[in-house]
Design a protein around this ligand. Structure first.
Ligand code: HAM
Length: 422
């Protein structure tokens, strides 16, 4: 049989990483619920057009990164590169009432060059506050992400914030930027030379040194805001000033998607290297209309789960203890195996995680299997114990062993499981 390996840019989550991943998801789910969000689950693939309409034709996602295929019915479909378009489509298609707050935990797919923190399949944890226009919702969304990281024990991050204006102020700014870029065309990369004509704002995404050099003297969106956008941004800023989080203005932060207006933000961590963005988001007040719906303001964010995993410190509450709340039952001979199986069933009925081996192996091997499983506790079912209606109980963290009468067994296990693991 040919040896197969996972496709480039994908990952296997194995224990204990898989446990950390699900802890992160649980913490996100709990926090999102506390902020009034409810879960939305949208399809893994959508009509390609949905992403072109939302991300924008000049975005890297649409230009280079989509997993697009034609199905057997001749339709062009794309694996979702992000969660926002599907969530907005679902609200429109199902006529959900606004305002409406939705969260999602979803795999996403982008064909980019894999490196630390950048994968072709990755998970996004996202929230979308739909139908809410107040700058205080922008500030709340920014604080939501920061609170989430803080709950995970991640404190080494900065929030970058910017405003990129709206339909009123952007056309004049766009003209000004385009003129500037055309004057500097010769100094910019071929991609930017194309991008500037489709959406000049996209040139701010370019990572090439010469392009970045040119952009240091470019006119900035936040210096060309209309009075309404200016007031909106000031309110976001004054709310951030009252927050405990590390934040800074970044006038170059436009974000790589076309649907944003006004507030854009990103959480960056120095622990991540080149892919420093832990998460990001912004306001997108025109996307509902783009999708053929009525005008509706919206703001949201998405956090990269893998980058979060790479950043969490060893002291994080998501790190599972070395030994978990699992009982491993060891038995001494065929006569005791029946008692061990009965005990196994009783424990599981009580929702106490329990394991045993059905193989007739020596005690030493059984204790080794308990170690391999990461069990916290061994229960010993031997001849003496069966005769006396007791169990040997060995704490595998301390090595301490006691004998417990059968009637006291469950309370003894629970008391141990409820005590700190280390
Ligand atoms: P985004 O900045 O493209 O925004 O992605 C959000 C986060 O997803 C990034 O900050 C990063 O942590 C993670 N991410 C993106 N690409 C990759 C990758 N190739 N490998 C690993 N992680 C990755 C959005 O997607 C917007 N939909 C966010 C949003 C929600 N805006 C409003 N609502």
């Amino acid at each position: 049989m040919p040896r197969t390996s996972r496709p480039k840019g994908t990952q296997d989550f194995l224990p204990p990483e898989s446990t950390k991943k699900s802890r992160i998801e649980t913490i996100f789910r709990e926090l999102a619920t506390v902020y009034g969000y409810q879960e939305v689950v949208t399809p893994t693939f959508e009509h390609t057009e949905l992403f072109i309409k939302s991300s924008g034709t000049a975005s890297d996602i649409v230009q280079k990164e989509m997993y697009t295929f034609t199905d057997r019915g001749g339709r062009s479909l794309t694996l979702k590169p992000e969660g926002t378009p599907g969530a907005v489509r679902a609200v429109l298609e199902n006529n959900l009432h606004l305002p409406c707050r939705l969260f999602y935990i979803s795999p996403c797919f982008r064909y980019s060059r894999p490196q630390k923190g950048r994968y072709r399949e990755f998970y996004q944890l996202g929230v979308e506050a739909l139908g809410e226009a107040s700058p205080l919702v922008d500030a709340e969304t920014i604080a939501f992400g920061a609170t989430f990281f803080t709950r995970l024990g991640i404190t080494d991050f900065t929030i970058k914030v910017n405003s990129i204006g709206c339909r009123t102020c952007r056309p004049a700014y766009r003209e000004k930027l385009l003129n500037f870029l055309r004057e500097n065309r010769g100094k910019m990369c071929p991609d930017c030379q194309t991008r500037m004509e489709i959406n000049p704002l996209r040139t701010f995404d370019c990572k090439n040194e010469p392009c970045q050099q040119v952009l240091t003297s470019a006119p900035l969106p936040s210096s060309h805001l209309c009075p309404e956008c200016h007031a909106h941004f000031q309110e976001v800023i004054s709310s951030l000033k009252n927050s405990p989080f590390n934040w800074e203005l970044d006038p170059h932060l436009v974000r790589g998607l076309d649907y944003y207006n006004r507030t854009t933000f990103e959480y960056v961590s120095s622990a991540l290297g080149a892919q420093s963005s832990l998460g990001g988001g912004g306001r997108y007040d025109y996307l509902f209309e783009e999708f053929g719906g009525p005008p509706a303001p919206a703001v949201g964010l998405a956090i990269g789960l893998e980058r979060t995993l790479l950043t969490i410190p060893a002291s994080s509450p998501v790190f599972p203890p070395e030994r978990r709340n699992l009982v491993f039952i060891v038995w001494t001979g065929p006569g005791e195996m029946a008692n061990a199986r009965e005990l196994l069933a009783t424990l599981r009925q009580q929702n106490i995680p329990a394991l045993m081996t059905y193989e007739p192996v020596r005690l030493k091997r059984q204790f080794h299997l308990a170690d391999l499983a990461g069990a916290r506790l061994c229960l010993i079912v031997g001849e003496d114990e069966v005769r006396e209606n007791t169990y040997g109980l060995k704490n595998l963290i301390t090595g301490e062993q006691t004998t417990v009468p059968a009637a006291n067994l469950i309370p003894a296990i629970l008391a141990l499981f409820n005590s700190p693991a280390e």
